[in-house]
Design a protein around this ligand. Structure first.
Ligand code: LFR
Length: 471
């Protein structure tokens, strides 16, 4: 009998529920439900509608049941760094605020006045991004100390959704590391850091690792569906799940391509050397205590925003096609410039950057898209050079995974710019990694090595060879 596990994968712009099963040495996936996610202004802050997300998760479970499928387990992953705070009655103290909200502007620098940048990096190994949880908590302490005073429980977004399903509170390891509050060596909350910042340590939960069974559905939830199932922790940070599905790690630099592009390598230990700090690489915790040594690059968010600026007149594939045709546009923007994190108007921000740097200004959607793809590829190339500098060796190829790996134009561009072959796929990297952790917890797959071999056999990967550079 087929054993189904249900992966819930929620990103900044959409969420999906995907059934996964292992049969005949292959992994099978089947999407059952898809929904939108976006931020809305709640009071002063751009916030996530967490109740909408929970409602959609339940709708997806109902759809499984309607198909006659009762999954044995469910696992939830989402984007990182954002969180909820609960009071003593386990009620939400405020809607979870989006990491793109400007409330943390300037906070990173304020934190450095109490804790040096070097100490923070040496202890946590996490890259400096103004939206990390540490700066969000710091901003909240300044702006609404009364909320932090009432907070009895701190949960990350997937932790909270798990709590709603099971009634069990825990902080999952891979996502917890993205807070910049977990010690990279002890792998627990850094109590000294919390004390120095004056943040109440008692609200943090015990850290649990991926492939742990958290519990079963609460009685009233199980009754609503007419069946119960195990709630398993995958790597609840989506990027943590995605990277599990990279079939071959040796000599490969991966790019997990979605709203963000996460470029890096898997590593057995954190690298906190000065060069890594200067290049701003992170050491995010992964499954089996592996580390994702990577860097955030602004990613397809820029195209999502451009699409929105043109009132969704053009699809992603329209924009890619138009970019391909705009072959005379070569302007490059620094995609990691802060102005692109949440501009009022992405197209205008790109045009302004080109004007400021005396480059031709992209005028139509095709030129704007071409500028973004060229700029992303240029930024990947810089990061590849930085990784090779830190590791003092060459990496042979690049593996693009996730939804963005379907962009053939960008894949070829990456191959040409980096002069390395690019493997594209699996597309469903995050869901695969999520299912794998569940299957390991259920005892259907032995470990990550076996899972990677299964993944390799189950999904097709296309290779793009670099075009030889003209001299
Ligand atoms: C990707 C991702 C990145 C994280 C960013 C913000 O979806 O999880 O890994 O840096 O979103 O949470």
């Amino acid at each position: 009998m087929t054993i189904y596990s249900l992966a819930v994968d929620i990103g900044a712009s959409s969420g999906r529920l995907i059934l996964g099963s292992v049969d005949d040495g292959r992994l099978w996936l089947d999407e059952v439900h898809r929904f939108d996610n976006h931020v809305t202004k709640k009071g002063a802050y751009d916030s996530w509608d967490i109740h909408h997300l929970f409602h959609e998760i339940k709708s997806g479970i109902h759809k499984c049941k309607a198909r006659g499928i009762e999954p044995a387990s469910i696992g939830i992953d989402t984007w990182a760094v954002d969180f909820v705070l609960l009071d003593e009655k386990d009620e939400l103290l405020m809607d979870p605020v989006s990491y793109r909200d400007p409330r943390t502007d300037g906070k990173m620098e304020e934190v450095f006045e109490t804790i040096s940048k070097e100490r923070l990096y040496l202890e946590t190994g996490i890259q400096f991004q103004k939206f990390n949880t540490i700066y969000q908590l710091y901003a909240l302490k300044e702006q609404h100390p009364e909320i932090l005073d009432k907070a009895k429980t701190f949960l990350m977004i997937p932790d909270y959704l798990n709590f709603l399903l099971t009634g069990v509170k825990a902080n999952e390891y891979t996502n917890a590391t993205s807070t910049q509050l977990v010690n990279a060596f002890t792998k627990h909350w850094d109590k000294e850091l919390l004390a120095t910042l004056g943040i109440n340590q008692d609200m943090f939960q015990e850290i649990q690792t991926p492939a742990t069974e958290l519990g079963r559905l609460k009685e009233e939830i199980a009754e609503e569906f007419g069946f119960s199932m195990k709630v398993v922790l995958p790597a609840t940070h989506d990027t943590g799940s995605a990277v599990i599905s990279v079939p071959q790690q040796e000599d490969t630099i991966y790019i997990s391509s979605g709203t963000w592009s996460l470029i890096g390598v898997e590593n057995h230990f954190p690298i906190c050397v000065t060069k890594a700090l200067d290049y701003n690489f992170t050491n995010e915790g992964g499954m089996d205590y592996q580390f994702r040594f990577l860097k955030n690059i602004m990613g397809l968010w820029m195209i999502q925003e451009v699409k929105r600026n043109y009132n969704d007149q053009y699809s992603f594939s329209d924009l890619v096609e138009m970019a391909e045709a705009a072959s005379s546009m070569h302007s490059i923007v620094d995609v990691n410039d802060d102005r692109f994190l949440k501009p009022d108007h992405m197209v205008a921000a790109i045009q302004e950057y080109c004007r400021e740097t005396s480059q031709p200004v992209p005028n139509d959607p095709g030129e704007v898209a071409k500028c973004i793809f060229d700029s992303l590829a240029a930024s990947y190339q810089t990061s590849v050079a930085e990784i090779e500098d830190i590791f003092e060796r060459e990496f042979k190829k690049i593996n693009v995974i996730g939804g963005g790996s379907q962009n053939e134009f960008l894949n070829q561009l990456i191959a040409d710019v980096t002069q390395k072959p690019v493997d594209a796929g699996p597309v469903e990297a995050t869901a695969i990694g999520n299912i794998i952790a569940q299957k390991i917890a259920l005892g259907e797959i032995r470990d990550v090595d076996e899972a990677r071999a299964i993944t390799k056999q189950s999904f097709s990967i296309k290779t793009y060879q670099p075009k030889v550079k003209e001299r």
